[in-house]
Design a binder for this molecule. Sequence first.
Ligand code: PPE
Length: 277
Amino acid sequence: MPITPTRQIWMDGELVAWDDANVHVLTPTLHYGWGCFEGIRAYATDRGPAVFRLTEHIERLFRSAHIYFLEPEWTVQQVIDATKELVRVNEVESCYIRPLMYLGYGEMGLNPLPSKTKVSIAVWPWGTYLGEAAEQHGVRARVSSWQRIGANTIPPAGKGTGQYLNSSLAKVEALKAGYDEAIMLTPSGNVAEGSGENLFVVQGGVLYTPPVVDGVLAGLTRDSVMTLARDEGIEVVEKSLLRSDLYFADEVFCTGTAAEVVPMVEIDDRTVGSGVP
Ligand code: PPE
């Protein structure tokens, strides 16, 4: 999806003009994918833009950093404050927010430990991730031939930059085959998640979603959906799901910051429920 530039990007404490927010081509993260990031949204409210679950997103960023021995010079609170400041100075009503931790220039090789951890934050207006019609009419998905990374391959609990090679391979395969999104299975064959979304199945009025031990990201949208559903008196069960559970579902939908909540109306060329969200 195209990026709409805004004015400034936060880079390690400095507000840098959008076009000057560059890194050197020998920045090791470009070569090896050793870094981590977050995806957050701010929504327009009567009192200006409000960032959705900002603290939890930045805490997850620092948990990802912990997996990869990334040691930023900034605290969780400083990154939270910087994010709010950035939304303010860019004068956006609503936006997507992309904090990133990466390795600084100066070292090369597979040992990331000598490199300094750099932090950037960018914000830009970002529309619907799975297409204009997705939220209303739903999307068509296909189970990927690419397995979701296993817990001892690259930990799916973090948002490491390099792990998205796995997601992107699945996404590209789905798009090239004429589908909108990929569904990834675990190495043992359970349903994991979409390329950048968690999955939910509705069956007999109960909401099911794969547990975190099945290698899914503990999505914050997933958590919000589970909380809202329980508040509405809907039973929510975290349990392992089989591919065929997707075929037998009354409804399937995916959740994520970028995607928000999107129905899946067709999976592996089989209509889901009535086929209407
Ligand atoms: N699983 C994966 C693999 C994932 O990347 C995301 C977010 C989720 C689940 C949902 O998590 P949450 O956003 O906390 O509800 N994916 C982010 C990156 C997408 C991208 O294209 O980049 C996002 O939605 O911002």
